[in-house]
Design a protein around this ligand. Structure first.
Ligand code: CP
Length: 313
């Protein structure tokens, strides 16, 4: 379906956002249209106080710049309040159970909770025991908010989503998994080039293949040929800083000027950031004219506001 032919109703109802697989194409359109409205308002200094009287907990288990700041600022701009809870300063760090934490946090008047850097099973257990919406701010295998924001950015820059091709180069990590689901639901072709042993999960590939073409290859050229969007991420994401074997295997999966030349002439370069220049991407690409990485990062603000306004009641 073409997003430009969709008429948004701006209505989704109170619910969790754990993974993109739980959202239909139309529900994703709703979030992207809402992000568009919030961005337009932001640019003229307007804000809607839709979170007035609401407090959102941000329970974070790892470092974050974009996710944390875009939520904190977005919540303030919508008239709400937030509680930043570093996981290692809660009793979770001393072995308190996910279930007890989820049940108990629901009793303090919070309206939603953003969980960051928990694994999928923990996020599911949290949601199963929570009376308030749970939003996944990154897990070991998914990064749904990042990819919703990326879809919004691609829509802005390319004017459409369907029938585009996105090529992702590098580790088949949480961002790659969510790109497969999010982009395929938007009817974009997806090509992932990863070294042997570092491809995205097969069940994710199978699920994405129900909606569009999903190519998994170890060939950068095969993935990038004819792409409208070239995307990469850091070699090491949530864990494994000392994994030298992985770093070595990924070393040639770098987006360079030569790689960008294989894509369409008007292709854009994307990266969810933080960037390691000279590792997964050459500085001249990420700092060059095809790069839209700062727009991507900015759009985390508008998309997060859309998610909170649409899903938190
Ligand atoms: N892309 C992303 O999630 O950025 P942070 O790690 O800075 O939140």
């Amino acid at each position: 379906m073409d997003i430009n032919k969709y008429s948004p109703k701006f209505k989704l109802g109170k619910r969790n956002l754990l993974r993109l697989a739980d959202f239909s194409a139309e529900e994703i359109f709703e979030l992207l249209y809402a992000a568009k409205v919030f961005k337009k308002k932001f640019k003229v200094g307007e804000n809607s106080p839709v979170l007035r009287g609401k407090t959102i907990a941000l329970l974070f288990g790892n470092a974050s710049t974009r996710t944390r700041v875009s939520f904190e600022m977005g919540i303030r701009q919508l008239g709400g309040d937030y509680l930043f809870l570093p996981k290692n300063e809660t009793q979770l760090a001393r072995g308190e159970s996910i279930r007890d934490t989820a049940v108990m946090l629901g009793r303090y008047g919070l309206s939603a909770i953003v969980l960051r850097a928990f694994n999928d099973a923990q996020i599911q257990e949290f949601a199963d025991n929570s009376e308030i919406p749970v939003i996944n701010g990154i897990s070991d295998t998914t990064h749904p908010l990042q990819v919703l924001s990326d879809l919004f950015t691609i829509w802005e820059v390319k004017g459409r989503l369907d029938n585009l091709k996105i090529a992702y180069i590098g580790d088949g990590n949480n961002v790659a998994n969510s790109l497969i689901i999010g982009c395929s639901k938007m009817n974009m072709d997806v090509a992932i080039a990863s070294p042997h042993g570092y491809s995205p999960a097969q069940d994710t590939v199978d699920r994405g293949s129900q909606f569009s073409d999903v190519l998994i290859t170890d060939s950068i050229a095969e993935a990038v040929r004819g792409a409208d969007v070239v995307y990469t991420d850091v070699f090491i994401s949530m864990s494994g800083e000392d994994d030298e074997v992985k770093k070595q295997k990924l070393a040639r999966y770098r987006v360079t000027k030569e790689v960008m030349a294989l894509a369409k002439p008007d292709a854009v370069f994307m990266h969810c950031m933080p960037v390691h220049r000279g590792e997964e991407v050459a500085a001249e690409v990420v700092d060059g004219p095809q790069s839209i990485v700062y727009d991507q990062a900015e759009n985390r603000l508008h998309l997060n506001k859309a998610v909170l306004a649409m899903l938190v009641k």
